[in-house]
Design a protein around this ligand. Structure first.
Ligand code: ADP
Length: 348
């Protein structure tokens, strides 16, 4: 595993240590979680991304032991859940909220009663339950829909109710299992914005699993890539998405328009194809115009993407440079001096 920015095993709110899980036996045995070690810090939004079938949901369900690992330990808030008896575990689980892809609302209950459901289990007084449920519906932007049934709500609205219900018992941790995968793009954005607000306002630590890069890109502080039951790479989101190392990560990124995985050969007729990546502070500098100043080198931008991942600005450009070879080398040298990462067709 590539540990880069992740201090796995350090002090974490959620610590998964060497988890393994296999479904089936003998010839039918499938190892779904294969020696996974992961640490999620208090207050962060941590994403687990991977293709369908990678084992993400199972791993997430191991955090509250809805799925039991065959070996390894799960520790949340300093308590090793894998050692608790059923009753102790039930109490601890209340502090771990869960949000599902298909909302899992009870069809026969109103939005308010769905949110109130976990509070009833806690045996709170009636008026207290109603007050708290309405407060939560307000928090998720659903104050006007308290008396509606799930069938009267849109997908995004149902998920907001699902999130309110998950927050009812004032959890420290929210587990989100493909929470936006059943939603359209615009609704996805608004639900992600809500999760971000909840993380900031309430300080709830969020661990989410998704197959969508966009989800990771817009909300996750850190991310781990899961492939065939293993965490193959992890790190701070901008770092991992801009400099993917593992083939599984590259494959996930290739499915988004952001990733330009074309090879650099074919600069051929008089040009050198150059792929540059700049991020963070070096995104503020006019490095390209300074690099060609005083030379006869010209550049054409063939492809480009300039954006932000979380709060880190970056640009990834593919350029064709023309000019005398010595001058082109000098330009590339200057770009590198400015902190730009440069790959050229002459390197391949
Ligand atoms: P992901 O969330 O990445 O799509 P899952 O954790 O849902 O992956 O599933 C990983 C693998 O485990 C899949 O091959 C799936 O069929 C299998 N699996 C999941 N749950 C069970 C189960 N209860 N019994 C048998 N196999 C299961």
């Amino acid at each position: 595993m590539d540990n880069r920015a992740v201090a796995v095993g350090g002090i974490g709110l959620i610590i998964l240590d060497n988890l393994c899980k296999t479904y089936g036996t003998g010839n039918n045995a499938v190892t779904v979680i294969d020696h996974v070690t992961l640490s999620v810090k208090k207050g962060e939004i941590f994403g687990i991304i991977g293709q369908s079938g990678a084992g993400k949901s199972t791993l997430l369900r191991c955090v509250n032991l809805l799925a039991r690992p065959d070996s390894g330990t799960v520790t949340v808030g300093g308590v090793e859940l894998t050692r608790l008896n059923t009753r102790e575990l039930q109490t601890r689980r209340r502090k771990i909220g869960m949000v599902f892809q298909h909302f899992n609302l009870l069809a026969t209950l109103t939005a308010r009663d769905n949110v109130a459901f976990p509070l009833r289990l806690e045996g709170l007084p009636r008026n207290e339950i109603r007050r708290r449920a309405d407060e939560l519906l307000e928090l998720v932007g659903m104050a006007g829909h308290a008396d509606k049934y799930p069938s009267q709500l849109s997908g995004g609205q149902k998920q907001r109710v699902g999130i309110a219900r998950a927050l009812a018992a004032r959890p420290d941790v929210l587990l989100c299992d493909e929470a936006t995968s059943a939603l359209d793009q615009e609704t996805t954005r608004s639900v992600l914005a809500l999760l971000k607000d909840i993380n900031r306002q309430l300080g709830v630590t969020i661990l989410l699993v998704t197959h969508e890069i966009e989800v990771v890109r817009s909300v996750c502080d850190r991310v781990a890539v899961m492939n065939r039951g293993r965490i193959v790479e992890s790190g701070a989101t901008p770092d991992l998405l801009l400099r993917p190392r593992h083939p599984a990560t590259r494959e996930l990124l290739r499915q988004t328009e952001d990733w330009e995985g074309e090879d650099l050969s074919g600069g051929g007729d008089g040009g050198t194809i150059v792929r540059v990546l700049y991020s963070g502070e070096s995104a503020d500098r006019p490095a390209l115009s300074e690099a060609v100043r005083g030379t006869s080198v010209r550049f054409v931008i063939l492809h480009g993407n300039v954006s932000r991942i979380r709060d880190v600005p970056y640009g990834r450009l593919t350029l064709r440079l023309t000019g005398p070879p010595g001058e082109k080398d000098a330009v590339i040298g200057r770009l590198r001096e400015q902190g730009w990462e440069v790959e050229t067709s002459d390197d391949v």
